[in-house]
Unconditional design. Structure first.
Length: 458
């Protein structure tokens, strides 16, 4: 075991050392090599050291260098070094964190982490919840709690009686609601086609003046951080309207809620503390390893009621994670979350958020100065760029990914293709931004020279 773990640690360290200078996306040849890992299941065993060597030889080159400093795809935080290291120890612990009965340390680190998260995100101090796989699951949990609370007010026990004959519940969300929010609505049996979509402005913010009348059977879903533009819904006025109507407010704040931790950005996310439930990711801006999202509830008893289960062999154990999630057996996500928060402290989190925002602004300015069109107000860590007509923009995105200096994804913004840049990692530096911007502009000007059919001078 000692040799095996040493070998794994050596290979992991070597991988991370190479990461800043290798291609960000693997080459097609490296991906094709993965075939070596398949074939028929061998009839007999293979020695552990060989397993590790094979994975490293074939698997490592076929990774996306998303843990490195020039990956700007989706919204992706690189794992902080301390969390990579604690994951090694946590792997050895192999804890089942469904309950303190099964893992005292797993459950306690989750409880401590949730308290620190409530504190650093400046949410109501009585808030509590759980660590789940991501904001997809956190949106699901928040809305499940909302469903329970809103139907309980109507005298309906939804966990017992289901939705078939239940009083109707209204779901109101911005037209730019995240796809995972919409999926959570459908998983909870409301039907995504029933969502009352509220008009948004040019940055994707819900227009408070377009809000329909709310009532006490409404769940209003608002967003902290539009997944494209990084813009925030006007929480203060939306929450005030909801409070007046006794409606529930759920916040999808997967990355944007972290703005609350940085003094220079907190004003963007003002008012979100007035909501009833929040979804936020640790694997995005806190830079913990996958997979860790957080659901928090002002009144956690609604989540516990929505998730309740009982079995003779599961002893009650206070606030056990199994009572606050749809999960039973589960990883101890509290270990890396605790480690990230304990190592950064309040100021470290704020600095990381602020640094990413400043780097995003730098990225946007470089591309703007290079003559390209920045499509959003760069208020947070997200930048949207067009490189001319739609066809050229799409070609540039593909060419940037092929070039390998950095990796940026594509999206659609106001009906146009756009390159989407998200600066979310502790590892990215100003030099990485400049090097990436230069590579993008080199690729873009080549694309302009070549034109759509590869002819010069279009
Ligand atoms: C990333 C994201 C989600 C989904 O989160 P996962 O961690 O992928 O489950 C939901 N909403 C927003 C705004 C996001 O950015």
């Amino acid at each position: 075991m000692d040799e095996l773990l040493q070998d794994a640690a050596d290979r992991a360290a070597q991988y991370l050392r190479n990461l800043p200078e290798r291609r960000v996306a693997p080459s097609d040849a490296d991906v094709a090599q993965l075939a070596e890992l398949g074939g028929d299941l061998p009839s007999g065993p293979m020695p552990d050291v060989e397993i590790l060597a094979l994975l490293d030889r074939v698997g490592s080159p076929a990774t996306m260098a998303s843990a490195g400093p020039r990956y700007f795809g989706f919204v992706t935080g690189g794992a902080l070094p301390v969390t990579v290291a604690t994951n090694v120890l946590a792997g050895a612990w192999d804890q089942n964190a469904f309950s303190p009965v099964a893992s005292p340390v797993g459950a306690e680190l989750e409880r401590i982490s949730l308290g620190w998260l409530v504190d650093i995100l400046e949410l109501p101090p009585e808030s509590y919840g759980a660590l789940v796989t991501g904001s997809q699951q956190a949106n699901f949990c928040g809305l499940a709690a909302a469903r329970h609370a809103v139907l309980t007010r109507s005298g309906w026990d939804v966990e017992e009686r289901g939705l078939n004959s239940a009083p109707s519940v209204r779901i109101v969300a911005g037209a730019e609601a995240h796809a995972t929010l919409v999926r959570a609505v459908s998983l909870l049996g409301f039907g995504r086609g029933t969502i009352e979509l509220v008009e948004v402005d040019d940055q994707g913010r819900m227009r408070a003046d377009a809000l329909p009348p709310l009532d006490d059977r409404t769940v209003l879903c608002i967003q902290a951080g539009n997944v494209n533009s990084g813009a925030f819904d006007p929480a203060e006025s939306l929450c005030a309207a909801a409070r007046k109507a006794n409606a529930w407010v759920h916040v999808d704040g997967a990355f944007g809620l972290w703005a609350r931790t940085a003094p220079g950005r907190a004003h963007l996310a003002a008012g979100f503390e007035l909501a009833d439930s929040w979804a936020v990711d640790a694997h995005k801006w806190l830079n913990t390893p996958y997979d860790t999202g957080v659901v928090l509830l002002r009144q956690p008893e609604h989540l516990a009621a929505a998730m309740s289960l009982s079995a003779a062999y599961i002893p009650p154990a206070g606030r056990a994670p199994i009572d606050y999630t749809p999960e039973a057996s589960r990883r101890a996500r509290g270990i890396a979350t605790w480690a990230a928060l304990r190592s950064l402290g309040r100021s470290g989190v704020a600095d990381m958020v602020e640094r990413c925002c400043a780097l995003a602004a730098r990225f946007g300015a470089r591309l703007h100065d290079g003559g390209y069109e920045v499509l959003n107000d760069v208020v947070l860590n997200q930048v949207l760029v067009a490189f001319g007509d739609d066809e050229t923009t799409s070609r540039v995105i593909q060419a940037v990914q092929d070039d390998g200096t950095c990796w940026c994804g594509g999206t659609e913004w106001h009906g146009r293709p756009a390159m989407r840049i998200s600066v979310s990692s502790w590892a990215s530096t100003a030099a990485d931004i400049d090097r990436s911007a230069e590579a993008i502009m080199r690729v873009a000007s080549a694309a302009h020279r070549k034109g759509p059919t590869g002819r010069a001078g279009n």
